[in-house]
Design a protein around this ligand. Structure first.
Ligand code: ADP
Ligand code: MG
Length: 253
């Protein structure tokens, strides 16, 4: 199986604060990797390094074989020109805790925005595709609603459809259900689960251990900028080998 993500030795500091202290991670194509860990352990920063929203101080990240953020010229690394960085980012979908929808645009307009403005898709074509994506996340009947008229779970599903509209190779989810009322968590997890079943490669930062166990192919526990422990979700959750993993799991399970 080929690797969709290959991160090696990723380090990131903010001033004196070492947030990532050498992260290695490989995600095979079609695999779902769940990342768990205490607040402040560097999970979001790592995701942001993958699409170069943060520039790591060291390390290399490849997505589908392509070095992210840099090009190799004569054996040396050079920062990638902005236009090419944008193209790389387009191939990586990201869904955040907060949905960041455009408030004055309907669900379908939110979903078609990227394809029209960034990819130059014709509006009619983009609208058809957006409607199909809204159908896929179970919101065909909400296409013309505005974000304020949708529940948090519905808004997050629109955000997922919007990310999918760019036809990403990889999806990054950063605590996609943490801002939701408990009764809305399930519908969003179900959409992510369906995506996994369709073969989407993804990294999901989550506190939903049931989801990690059921949907994750691999579980990574991060603490204090390092990967402390990883393995099949069932094994890590049932019999963690490290004290830090045990301490964390005892709080969230
Ligand atoms: P997590 O997602 O695991 O909660 P984060 O990656 O958000 O952790 O943050 C890790 C650490 O990095 C935290 O201590 C946070 O305060 C710090 N941090 C994150 N982003 C910045 C930033 N832009 N500037 C300074 N410190 C930051
Ligand atoms: Mg975070």
């Amino acid at each position: 199986m080929s690797a969709m993500v290959e991160a090696v030795g990723v380090r990131k500091t903010f001033g004196d604060l070492e947030v990532l202290r050498g992260i290695d991670m490989t995600v095979a194509t079609g695999q779902v990797v769940c990342v768990v860990g205490p607040s402040g352990s560097g999970k979001s920063t790592f995701l942001r390094c993958i699409n170069h929203l943060e520039e790591p101080q060291a390390g290399r990240i490849r997505v589908d074989g392509e070095l992210i953020g840099y090009e190799e010229v004569g054996g040396r690394l050079r920062v990638l020109p902005e236009a090419r960085l944008c193209r790389q980012r387009q191939s990586i979908g990201m869904v955040f805790q907060r949905f960041h929808l455009f408030p004055h645009r309907s669900a379908v307009e939110n979903v078609m925005e990227g394809p029209v403005t960034v990819k130059g898709r014709r509006r009619e074509r983009a609208r058809e595709e957006a409607l199909a994506l809204l159908d896929r996340v179970g919101l065909a009947d909400r296409a013309h609603h505005y974000p304020a008229q949708l529940s948090g779970g519905q808004q997050q599903r629109v955000a997922i459809a919007r990310a999918l509209a760019m036809a990403p190779k990889l999806m990054l989810f950063d605590e996609p259900t943490s801002a939701l009322d408990p009764e809305l968590v399930g519908e969003v997890l179900q959409v992510i689960k369906d995506l996994a079943a369709d073969g989407m490669t993804m990294i999901v930062v989550t506190h939903e251990m049931g989801f990690a166990r059921e949907v994750g192919d691999h579980l990574v526990f991060m603490d204090d900028g390092v990967i402390v422990e990883q393995g099949p979700p069932r094994d890590v959750l049932r019999s963690p080998r490290h004290d830090r993993t045990r301490a964390f799991l005892s709080k969230v399970l």
